[in-house]
Design a protein around this ligand. Sequence first.
Ligand SMILES: C[S@@+](CC[C@H](N)C(=O)[O-])C[C@H]1O[C@@H](n2cnc3c(N)ncnc32)[C@H](O)[C@@H]1O
Length: 237
Amino acid sequence: MLGDDLAGCDDPADARHRRSIRSVNAIAARVMSALAGQLGHPHGLLGKVVAVVLNRANRRDAIAAVEAASITPGETVADIGFGGGAGLGLLLGRAGSTGVVYGIDISTDMVTRARSRFHREIDSSRLRLLEGSLNDLPLDDSSLDAIITVNTIYFIADLDEAFAELARVLRPAGRAVICLGDPAAMAELPFTPYGFRLRPVAEVIAELERAGLSVNHREVPVGLVAGHLLIASHPPR
Ligand SMILES: C[S@@+](CC[C@H](N)C(=O)[O-])C[C@H]1O[C@@H](n2cnc3c(N)ncnc32)[C@H](O)[C@@H]1O
């Protein structure tokens, strides 16, 4: 643009250089925005790649969450926002042949992918996959012994509503494990400025408490960044 050339009264090569830097930045922003969108709602061809990457990058998060949920064989458990499904496999192992695992995700494509990957477990009624949201869970009151939800709450606008849902579906002795990256470390990742809600951990804990749950907070080294496990349960009566 003319303005570029006049701005520093510099030579056209400098102006061209600045323009190409701006173009590269604009492309990088579009790529990061698309990636952030996929992480919040994996879909289409790219969603298939994202699912594989999620399973690799976040496997340790899922392991830590399942461990913290203290699941015993025969329990009814759920992974909400299961993405690539690494958590579903781990939950199936813990709940055993007499347990039931629910997988709930807003992404039709992730549900379809998991239906194909886990068709044997679905046929044997050990796994039930449902399309739905953490904000409006397609589950009965007091129906779950344990819930994990890993790297999901960044995409939830109304945490009050989501945590009220966790409290509703959790049995009196149930455990809900929320796993999230440390907000300061997450803020350093190039894609989080594009729509991730990075709340202070104290704020997330306060929201869980507002839903009537007690919270045990553990810091864990998970996934790409340092992380937090919030183990929420109904207070003893
Ligand atoms: C970043 S991925 C995390 C997937 C997996 N838990 C992991 O840690 O690899 C976020 C997942 O949450 C799902 N998700 C986003 N908002 C949701 C909501 N309101 N209810 C249920 N699932 C949601 C997305 O579709 C996506 O599969």
